[in-house]
Design a protein around this ligand. Sequence first.
Ligand SMILES: Nc1ncnc2c1ncn2[C@@H]1O[C@H](COP(=O)(O)OP(=O)(O)OP(=O)(O)O)[C@@H](O)[C@H]1O
Ligand SMILES: [Mg+2]
Length: 450
Amino acid sequence: MQMTPREIVKHLDKYIVGQKEAKKSVAIALRNRWRRQQAPEELREEIMPNNIILIGPTGVGKTELARRLAKLDNAPFIKVEASKFTEVGYVGRDVESIIRDLVDQAVNIVRSENIGKYQKKAYELAIESLLDILLPKPATLDNEENTGNGSQKPDEKWQRTREKLRNQLLDGKMDERLVEIDVPSEQSPLMQIISPVGIEEMGLNIQDILGPMMPQKMKKRKMKIEEALIYLQQDETNKLIDMEEVIREAIHRVEETGIVFLDEIDKIAGEENGAGLDVSREGVQRDLLPVIEGTNVITKYGMVKSDHVLFIASGAFHVSKPSDLIPELQGRFPIRVELHSLSVEDFERILTEPKNALIKQYTALISTEGVKVTFTKGAIKEIARIAFDVNLQAENIGARRLHTVMSLLLEDYLYELPDMEMKSIRIDQKVVLNKLKEVIQNEDLSQYIL
Ligand SMILES: Nc1ncnc2c1ncn2[C@@H]1O[C@H](COP(=O)(O)OP(=O)(O)OP(=O)(O)O)[C@@H](O)[C@H]1O
Ligand SMILES: [Mg+2]
């Protein structure tokens, strides 16, 4: 089940152009985590986690790489900016919230998987409870004497009516009719007031703790049957889902497969210049150590171990260097890999090859208007060249430049498309040059528009 590094790289190749070394490193890291989990218990603690620092300029695929890696492993994944955190005791987010967020995310994922699984069953149950509301069982039928003594007539009649009603419901014939349903009333304002500050910061919610102890108040609400069905289906789904099981599975996934992408790590690797900020930067680095190395984090769902969570850090490291991080933190990121600036040829490939390539995206978008758009080789080359040149002239934002160039190129088409007669558009080099000429030639203009 666990993919080999080679298979992982092959998969990443479908989305990311170039960056061979980086792909190889993340693939090894993912596999090594699995290897570490398989190792004998006494040894496991000794083996260093394979956390990685991706170093490279903006827009060359760092985040994309981590995101795809997580998707591939179906792993809980979150991206956080290292510069957002502050030392414990200061205003701001503490680093343990990373793990809490990861668990929240995993719970949502597992929960929605369960919703999918129970959808059909919940719908059937919703229909039944709606029938119970629309056509309550006559009290006399519950009386045993009546049913037991061969006088089954009223029961059969009630059953038949119920079936008729069921068919009408299923056919949507009653969608517009109104029905009265019990819904939970709003959370009482008192609950909001007594929630102490601090608990919230720990990711704990007073409602979650006291909720089960407080009786849920209900009130009647009128709604259309259509709406009531949706509501009841949700209600039945919630009853069917075993939240304890969901939480257990979510925590398991986080502990075994979670991936944290720690962006802008270079921003907390301060230069030593005596400024007050540096103390806090170093503090954040120190706070990160236990979480990265492996600790128990208290979340509202219980204790979560971060031992096997894979950390992928990333940064441009223009000003600072990885060696500016405190030594202990450097030690927890034993793998460094550089991502390269992208060439014109890379741009051409990025435009066309990835599964989600921009050209494919726009072709699909435009075809929804019944128009077929084609880009010639010359057009692709020209778009790549323009993006590359603008990156040189203005700021180098990597492959993100392709987005801005493409949207400017196609703006008029996207605007006029629904009113146009033609069924196909051919975009060649000339069209590209014509559309973009003005902006490219005027440097000031391109600074703003592209
Ligand atoms: N090598 C690549 N192959 C395919 N697409 C790429 C590549 N590099 C970047 N892109 C595309 O460019 C966009 C930005 O890439 P990404 O978010 O990975 O940048 P980044 O390296 O994380 O930059 P930053 O340092 O600013 O966070 C994404 O839409 C991504 O699809
Ligand atoms: Mg990024």
